[in-house]
Design a protein around this ligand. Structure first.
Ligand SMILES: Cc1cc2nc3c(=O)[nH]c(=O)nc-3n(C[C@H](O)[C@H](O)[C@H](O)COP(=O)(O)O)c2cc1C
Length: 205
């Protein structure tokens, strides 16, 4: 598969930049959710969550998350299980164009749960967002401090996902307990990228 294979590219609906659900309510309601109904989620939900994670703003000159030196080391992946209109599989979010690039057509939710030290409830999530990143992008400017900076950025992106999920009536949880190597193997991450956070998404039961 080449990157130019358009059959492997899924355009996401444009994200909303307003809603009747206030930020304050989202902050007040946010909780970690680990039990999900069997309901699917929509492509619009996926679009909104990925945009919240690190989406473009200010006509492509800004993003929803801050980044040290505006170097943007994060890469965001979607493991799709039950998303309306989306083939089951692994996707990379192409942030600049707000598209999904299909990388693999297998259902990786169970393997991901195993890689997360047996957190197998993850298999019930409609989709799973994985935040990975290339520390060396930030290290080029900030040297040894880069690892700390990238971890800070992951926290910002994860909180955005939590708050957006809450506003959409969905649930998520920041999963930080996992084997780096195992998750890297499940997602076939390139050598330069490592996984930092797993956020399963589903409708709370
Ligand atoms: C860095 C980090 C790692 C976490 N790792 C896990 C995890 O591996 N599995 C899990 O079920 N919850 C995990 N959590 C979620 C916490 O358990 C949860 O935030 C905490 O119990 C407080 O509950 P609340 O988020 O509903 O307020 C993690 C949270 C953070 C911030």
């Amino acid at each position: 598969m080449t990157k130019r294979d358009q059959s492997r590219i899924v355009a996401l609906p444009a994200p909303r930049v307003d809603s009747a659900y206030s930020l304050e309510r989202s902050l007040a309601e946010r909780r970690s959710v680990r039990e999900y109904s069997a309901e699917s989620i929509s492509l619009a939900d996926v679009s909104q969550l990925l945009w919240a994670a690190h989406g473009m703003t200010h006509a492509g000159r800004g993003r929803t998350v801050p980044s040290a030196g505006a170097l943007y080391p994060l890469e965001v992946f979607l493991v799709a299980g039950a998303v309306d209109g989306l083939e089951v599989g692994l996707y990379r979010h192409r942030n600049a164009t707000h598209e999904l690039e299909l990388l693999m057509t297998s259902d990786l939710r169970s393997q991901l749960g195993e890689a997360a030290l047996g957190q197998d409830w993850m298999v019930d999530a409609a989709a799973v967002i994985v935040i990975a990143g290339a520390v060396r992008r930030t290290a080029a400017k900030y040297g040894q401090r880069a690892t700390r900076y990238v971890h800070m950025e992951v926290g910002a992106a994860a909180q955005d996902i939590y708050l957006q999920a809450t506003a959409l009536g969905l649930g998520t949880v920041f999963v930080g307990a996992f084997g780096d190597r195992s998750v890297g193997q499940v997602l076939h991450l390139p050598e330069a990228e490592q996984p930092f956070a797993i956020l399963p998404i589903g409708r709370p039961v």
